[in-house]
Design a protein. Sequence first.
Length: 423
Amino acid sequence: MLQDSYIRDNREQVLERLAVKNFKQPLLVDEIIQLDEKRRLTQNQMDGVSAQANTAAKQIGELMRAGKKDEAEAVKATTGAFKSEVQTLGEQLAAIEEELYQKQVLLPNLPHASVPKGLTPEENEVVLTNGAIPELPANALPHWELAAKYKLIDFELGVKITGAGFPVYTGKGAKLQRALINFFIDEAEKAGYNEVSVPLMVNEASGFGTGQLPDKEGQMYFVGIDNLYLIPTAEVPITNLYRDVILKADDLPIKNCGHTPCFRREAGSYGAHVRGLNRLHQFDKVEIVQVVNPETSYDVLEQMSGHVQGLLQKLGLPYRVLRLCGGDMGFASALTYDMETWSAAQQRWLEVSSVSNFETFQSNRLKLRFRNAEGKTQLAHTLNGSALALPRIVATLLENNQTEKGVKIPEVLVPYTKFEWID
């Protein structure tokens, strides 16, 4: 959530950056500024009347001590009006603050100055490309056929048990999942991240804190009887560990990682491009999350991007890094890099990771602060990244490494899988 003072003091810049993000309600900015002004005026009025009431109370005490009871009673008669006015102004202030809040939560984060304009994924900026594109024989199979051939994943059994988008992993397919999770966690720990195991359901306050609510409410699975949400990413519970917390400057940076299943309704996703592992309702992911000093957050973003790229390099997967354009960015992000791997059998790029800097957008919602060198509290910056999401990694590993003999397991994974081939 953007800070009131920043919106008020930087109206033109806010409107300019929101336009880059293709925000459709620019008039909302002026409505927020007007309500903020009304809120401050009402607060000043209430403070003024409260000061008058306090002065009157002090005067009553002094008159009573001086034996001037009649004069004290006369002053006391005026205090009722003060109390009534304070109550009325307090009710008005609460209503204004609620209206202001309801409008503030509709504003997305402002994109960083480096974010390119654009509306669609085709307008994202390719930052770099790494690795050779593999050339497969004409009879190469897509991952869903390889999964069936080697009995790795049963999509139909998942439909029977739950529904489409909930695959069942079997045999070496299940072992490959576990191997990737352990590899990603081990690599994160080597990079200084502390592993945490967090709940798979969160309350509304947690969903709001990281920006999924109200923006992504329709994409989240809701457990109505308990008013809880299944997590769409471990980012939500891991970042919320620090909701309503004031950290010390020496605590920063905080680096956490965690593996969780993720649950996404993916409403409206149909067609050949979502076949197999390309888009699921439940999938496993290792997430890296940092809470940092604002002065370092963009250096940290590059470090996190480098960490994800290192994983892809170790797996031997060709990839490219995209800087997302304004229209393709998430609601809460100030700058996002997407990492995509090349699917040799499908002949297209598949997104496998997003790494984002949220600046103070999440921390303002979370009330996540730290005491700076001067001892004053200020909002921290939060960042997160997929390191990595498994489904499309598995898809590209199977497709890109298929041979006549079977599917070759990357050398770095063999200590985890305990086998070199899927055959």
